[in-house]
Design a protein around this ligand. Structure first.
Ligand code: NAD
Length: 496
């Protein structure tokens, strides 16, 4: 059944309960009783309030998680039974998908079509993927001397701390929660204070599905306070994070200052999009180029924010991308009339505006867009913006904007294209358009990024890893490989 405006309208003005912590399967306020306002990016009004927790709340959640882990109700449950609960959880998410998606959109401004597919539906799919995998994951016997039987057991690590950002909190959250829980761990989530509401609802549904108390907990509040408390906690074994490089560095420090917990970082990117004159379908490339940077207003970690086009087709290609960008309808994310919603918060809007102003100051030209729009609504909207005349030393080339800003230029040789691809400290994703198979393979080997997309954008799914190299992070999310992040290998030697 296709999505109807009336279904959305029935949900869009429902009162939103306050965002509380979730500990031992109970919604509880912060110990201090403190909370803060949550503003809607759609019109800037106060949507609800969110608990502002402190170290005491975090300690309570980690203690509950540890107690649940040691009790073994989940950790030692037969994997087949854990799977059943994870499937029930995914079914509940699907049953409430539109309600959850609308709540999330009211909190972070992603357009409803993308939010429905990319958030609850994708989270349910991920939960099923890892639930389905866990009772098929064998231990190993190593080929050792014949007097010894040597076994490798895959054990849960214990308590996993998960810190997530505000763009796609359910999708990204599930990439961490689902393998961690499937492996038998207990989890404490620190949702982003900018978009916590849909995550809290999904965590509540896990309890309804039968997850034992203490296995999955959430603590809300400011990153610098509760995120730090989680990072420094002596009883957390692994931290899994998606967010900015600055906070990623802090998490490594927290680990060093506390118990040397393992830290997995999924950080930012400044992903290149290289278009060669022999691209098999330039129109498709232009359409996907626009989508790769302007969908969700560029608030996508793998957004291809740097475009480089081979000079013979540069002018034509830029016109095609500009046409695609102009066709996007930016506005109310809960109206099916629009294809793209609002920036998630006022800080993102200001960051976008100042990145454009700085780029102009450094010599870039505005090829298209460049302005805030719909200011009268009170919400946070900005035109898709294309900058040309950019070069490697500009901030807009080196630093993530995380807004609808594309930095474009021409290149003259394959070697120059590779130099452009690798000119930043990041290495998350890259896109390559060429009909020359040999060139595609050779260039993708030389690009320093965790993902290379050839003649497509975003074709992959939960079966394939997503992770960065260099300052884009370590330890991929997604795929069966992600399970290993939440397990320890225990070697057992038996003298025969
Ligand atoms: P952020 O780093 O500001 O915040 C992420 C989370 O960290 C939030 O929950 C926040 O509360 C918490 N936090 C903030 N300060 C903290 C501290 N001192 N200690 C512990 N936790 C703290 O990032 P954001 O603005 O929410 O998200 C945008 C960033 O995330 C961008 O850089 C983007 O590229 C990145 N991102 C990466 C991926 C990926 O898969 N690589 C996906 C999405 C977003």
């Amino acid at each position: 059944m296709s999505l109807q405006q009336a279904q959305i309208n029935a949900l869009r003005n429902l009162p939103v309960p306050p965002g509380l912590n979730f500990i031992d399967n109970e919604a509880v306020p912060a110990a201090s009783g403190e909370d803060m306002p949550v503003f809607s990016p759609i019109d800037g009004t106060e949507l609800t309030r969110l608990a502002v927790s402190g170290g005491e709340d975090m300690d309570r959640a980690v203690t509950a998680a540890r107690r649940a882990f040691e009790a073994g109700d989940w950790a030692r449950m037969a994997p087949m039974d854990r799977k059943k609960i994870m499937f029930r959880w995914a079914d509940l998410i699907d049953r409430h998908a539109l309600e959850i998606a609308v709540l999330g959109v009211r909190d972070n401004g992603t357009d409803i079509r993308m939010a429905l597919k990319g958030e609850p539906q994708s989270a349910a799919e991920t939960i099923r993927f890892y639930g389905e995998a866990i009772d098929k994951r064998n231990g190993e016997i190593t080929p050792t001397r014949k007097e010894v039987l040597s076994l490798i057991h895959k054990e849960p690590v214990g308590v996993v701390g998960v810190i997530i950002p505000w763009n796609f909190p359910l999708m990204i959250g599930a990439w961490k929660l689902a393998p961690a829980l499937a492996a038998g761990n207990s989890v404490v989530v620190k949702p982003s204070e900018e978009a916590a509401l849909s995550t809290l609802r999904v965590i509540e549904l896990a309890a309804e599905a039968g997850m034992p108390p203490g296995v999955l907990n959430a603590v809300n509040g400011r990153g610098a306070v509760v995120g730090e408390a989680l990072g420094l906690h002596m009883d957390v074994d692994v931290l899994a994070f998606t967010g900015s490089g600055g906070v990623g560095r802090r998490l490594l420090e927290y680990s060093a200052r506390s118990n040397l917990k393992r830290v997995y970082l999924e950080l930012g990117g400044k992903s290149p999009n290289l278009v060669f004159a022999d691209a098999p379908d330039l129109e498709k490339a232009a359409k996907e180029t626009a989508a790769s940077i302007f969908r969700n207003n560029g608030q996508v970690c793998v957004a291809a924010s740097r475009l480089a086009v081979e000079r013979p087709v540069y002018d034509d290609f830029m016109q095609m991308v500009a046409k695609e960008a102009a066709a996007l309808k930016i506005g109310d994310p809960l109206s099916l009339e629009y294809s793209t919603g609002a920036l998630a918060n006022v800080a993102q809007l200001e960051k976008t505006k100042s990145a454009i102003a700085r780029a102009r100051g450094q010599g870039a030209e505005i090829f298209q867009g460049g302005h805030q729009i719909h200011a009268e609504s009170g919400g946070f909207y900005h035109e898709p913006t294309i900058l040309t005349g950019v070069h490697a030393s500009m901030d807009v080339v080196q630093n993530e904007v995380f807004g609808p800003v594309l930095a474009a230029r021409a290149f003259d040789s394959e070697a120059e294209a590779i130099t452009i691809a690798n000119e930043t400290v990041y290495g998350l994703s890259s896109v390559l358009w060429t009909a020359n198979l040999s060139r595609a393979h050779c260039i993708s080997a030389k690009i320093k990024s965790g993902v290379v997309q050839i003649n497509c954008y975003s074709g992959a799914d939960i079966t394939a890893p997503l992770g960065g190299v260099r300052q884009s992070g370590n330890g991929s999310d997604r795929s069966l490989h992600a399970l290993g992040k939440y397990e320890n290998l225990k070697s057992k030697w038996i003298q025969l």
